[in-house]
Design a protein around this ligand. Structure first.
Ligand SMILES: N[C@@H](CCC(=O)N[C@@H](CS)C(=O)NCC(=O)O)C(=O)O
Length: 296
């Protein structure tokens, strides 16, 4: 199914305030708001696009039919350390999505069981018996539970069979390390444009992405071939693209052909598209959160 997103026109964007809940990637550690001034053009690129053009463009395919239901506070505990390998995720968490994509790409659907958790109504046993940090993602493997999405995608890549996500050669490995180390700065930069503290930051960070995507010409991905770097960025670029487009009328692919191609090619990969959230739901959830915070 291809789903379009409701786009607000430039003149009718709302003002926002966001929470500091840790259950969603949109929320930084402090409150932030979106104000009219950050709709101003940044390097001529953060500008209002034609509503007609964007309205008709399909954004992402979403596959939800085969998803297992989330476990919540009423669910029986899983039999931790019974020899199964389990990946605990939330369907809405971009960090968890990284590990989920890696598991799919390596063809480990039958080796790593997906255990979705309802973060808003978490089972108490999750913290007590599974993962003390009480976050997702977490991977249960060989009588251990580990977390941290960037560590997990590397772990899954090196400890399981399937196509490699690790680049060949020292040069690519160095670039991979640099880009993986930049993921938090990337998110912070986009948020600082959303909160109005630095209206140029999102544009600059997407320029950095565009440049990074031009380094290796043998393929459309960050290191040419598909790798850990694509897995690490995909959930965040997916979300920021939708939010910036809906909330600020910014098209991150405008004048960025490498990024446009990357998104197009990523959206052909089932390992990734299986993990998509419905874009409309994603944006609506974001707006609901913002409205709730504005009432506080
Ligand atoms: N640095 C962690 C972040 C994980 C994270 O913050 N996950 C959120 C969901 S998107 C979570 O579990 N929040 C629950 C909580 O903090 O209580 C990673 O990369 O895995």
């Amino acid at each position: 199914m291809s789903v379009g997103v409701n786009i607000s026109v430039c003149s009718s964007y709302p003002s926002f305030a966001l929470s500091s809940s840790s259950t969603d990637f949109f929320t930084p550690s402090s409150s932030f708001y979106v104000d009219r001034k950050i709709l101003q053009p940044v390097s001529g690129r953060l500008r209002c696009k034609s509503y007609e053009k964007r309205r008709t463009e399909p954004i992402l395919a979403v596959k939800e039919s085969s998803r297992v239901p989330e476990l919540d506070s009423s669910s029986e505990p899983v039999q931790v350390f019974d020899g199964s390998t389990r990946l605990y995720i939330s369907y809405t968490c971009p960090f968890a999505q990284r590990a989920w994509i890696a598991r799919n790409y390596k063809g480990l659907q039958n080796k790593i069981e997906l255990v979705p958790i309802d973060l808003k109504n978490r089972p108490v046993w999750y913290k007590e018996k599974v993962y003390e940090a009480n976050k997702v993602p977490a991977l249960e493997h060989n009588n251990k539970v580990m977390g941290e999405s960037l560590d997990l995608i590397k772990y899954i890549d090196t400890n399981f069979e399937g196509p490699s996500l690790t680049p060949d050669g020292l040069e690519k490995q160095a670039v991979a390390d640099e880009l993986l180390a930049y993921t938090d700065s990337f998110s912070k930069a986009v948020r600082s444009s959303l909160n109005g503290t630095d209206s140029n930051a999102a544009d600059a960070t997407f320029d950095y992405m565009e440049q990074a995507l031009s380094k290796f010409s043998e393929g459309p991905f960050f290191l040419g071939q598909f790798s850990l770097v694509d897995v690490a960025y995909a959930p965040f670029i997916e979300r920021f693209r939708l939010i910036l487009r809906d909330v600020l009328n910014v098209d991150i692919t405008s004048a960025r052909p490498n990024l446009a191609l990357w998104i197009q090619e990523m959206n052909k990969m089932e390992a990734y598209t299986e993990t998509h959230q419905d874009p409309k739901e994603l944006v609506e959830r974001y707006k609901r959160r913002v409205q709730a915070e504005a009432r506080l």
